[in-house]
Design a protein around this ligand. Structure first.
Ligand code: PXG
Length: 464
């Protein structure tokens, strides 16, 4: 049976429900509703199987930084497939795409982060980090340093290792996670957890939770702290300004490794090449994926500093993936980095389209349903609330208002994601001023409609 874009939507949906299991989805519910079938994309716009044009304010899944439809990347893939479609990087072999991409990443990465271990996703890269960190301390003669500290509501991937590093309780509840040796501390989410504290005091307190955890576990047992410079999947939570300087002081004081998970923040999203630069931190390891290839090919990696590379370099690191440094993925990523660089996309996020989007996005905070609108570079979130002054929750299951608002966004042909009752944007970095205006006006319309629906359902009552 040949399945094509020209088949009726209902037939495609039925086949999808019959044979395709989706991530993070209740299959029986989706089967009743039918999945939205995306057939094409160009720039910031998706087309579905009914021919509807949808503005993608999520850049796919936070990854299509240069936008859809760039011929140069298709050409780079085709060229590489003709020349060398695959070869591995095990057994003392290498190839030009892996060499060139590793060299380019080392050039772009801050400080002395000069060595890359490739993977095909952020999850795989964080699994690499787990083993790499523990192997590093062993090789350094400190085998007791095994514990990795992370944060609740962090997202570091979906494999057993990376899902354990992450702090998503719903994930931990399935499949025997977290694995031992991972300790979670509270997140710097002032809106939800700050109570009566000022953001500054709260940021400071949540950073001190790291020091308290290190002292409780024993400083000689802690190997590393891992965090996203700005939590993405957890709801685009921008930490108070007081948070990161204090975290940097603490990791320095106890000599533990700092791992910045740059899977979302990297490659221009925050107005610099890396979120670590925006947050002024000095990671020892960075996790990269997504924007590295703008999602055109699955590729990720761990970027490590000279000291770790030198220590690990003295032992055989028994780790690797068939597709570590896949030549086609590397060639496509290199072309993506060339475009980001030569078209000045990162500078534009910092100086032009970023500030424009920020201004329009923050203006949404005058909407009756919006408590705060936080945005750094081109990743932003709004907190939905029935009462801004008290930061109250809705009289409903957490996520109900977010889901209703997300559905209204869909109906107005703009894709925004919801995390519980926060609405998220992370558009392609090449979005135009006019498209930002469209995004904001559709978001406002969706908020109006959601407000009306919540009111009609009696859900605007508050719970402090
Ligand atoms: N680290 C971070 C910070 C991420 O955001 C990963 C690691 C894992 O990457 P892979 O390539 O293995 O998926 C991610 C992925 C969402 C959503 O719903 C976010 C991600 C993945 C899927 C869904 O926001 N981030």
């Amino acid at each position: 049976m040949q399945i094509t874009n020209h088949m009726p939507t209902s037939e495609l949906q039925a086949l999808d429900a019959a044979h395709h299991m989706h991530p993070f989805t209740t299959a029986s519910e989706l089967a009743q509703k039918g999945a939205r079938v995306i057939t094409q994309a160009q720039g910031c716009w998706l087309t579905d199987s009914d021919g509807t044009q949808i503005l993608d304010a999520m850049a796919g899944l936070w990854c299509v930084n240069i936008g859809y439809g760039r011929e140069e990347l298709a050409e780079a893939a085709a060229r590489q497939m003709r020349e060398l479609p695959y070869y591995n990087t095990f057994f003392q072999t290498t190839h030009v795409p892996a060499i060139a991409l590793a060299q380019r990443i080392a050039e772009l990465a801050p400080g002395n982060l000069n060595t890359v271990f490739f993977a095909s996703s952020g999850s795989e890269a964080n699994d690499t980090n787990l083993r790499l960190i523990r192997t590093y301390w062993e090789a350094k003669g400190q085998p007791d340093r095994q514990v990795i500290i992370s944060r609740w509501n962090a997202y570091h991937g979906s494999s057993v290792g990376s899902g354990s590093l992450g702090g998503m309780k719903g994930m931990h509840a399935q499949g025997g996670m977290p694995i031992p040796g991972i300790h979670h501390i509270d997140q710097p989410n002032w809106w939800a957890e700050g109570g009566d504290m000022t953001p500054k005091d709260f940021g400071h307190a949540r950073a001190l939770a790291l020091e308290q955890a290190i002292l409780a576990i024993g400083p000689d047992k802690v190997a590393a702290f891992i965090a996203e410079p700005i939590q993405g999947a957890g709801g685009v939570i921008v930490p108070p300004d007081s948070y990161w300087p204090e975290i940097q002081r603490i990791v320095d004081k106890y000599g533990i490794l700092l791992v910045a998970d740059e899977v979302i923040c990297g490659f221009g999203r925050t107005g610099n090449w890396f979120g670590s630069q925006t947050m002024a931190i000095r990671p020892d390891i960075m996790t990269i994926a997504k924007g590295l290839s703008s999602g055109y090919q699955p590729i990720g990696g761990s970027v490590i500093n000279d000291e770790i590379a030198s220590v690990i370099g003295k032992v055989e690191f028994n780790h690797g993936y068939t597709y570590s440094g896949h030549p086609v993925a590397c060639a496509v990523a290199l072309e993506n980095l060339r475009i980001l660089d030569e078209e000045g996309i990162v500078e534009k996020v910092r100086n032009d389209i970023g500030p424009y989007l920020q201004k329009q996005f923050r203006a949404l905070s005058d909407h009756p349903l919006v408590g705060e609108a936080q945005i750094v570079g081109m990743m932003g979130s709004i907190a939905l609330t029935p009462d801004k002054s008290t930061r109250a929750s809705f009289a409903a299951e957490p996520g109900t208002a977010g889901y209703i608002t997300r559905e209204r966004c869909f109906a107005n042909n703009v894709i925004m994601r919801h995390v519980y009752d926060r609405m998220i944007i992370s558009p392609p970095l090449i979005i135009s001023h006019d498209e930002v205006d469209t995004l904001i006006s559709r978001a406002r319309l969706a908020l109006d409609e959601a407000h009306e629906e919540l009111d009609a359902k009696g859900l605007l009552t508050k719970v402090s």
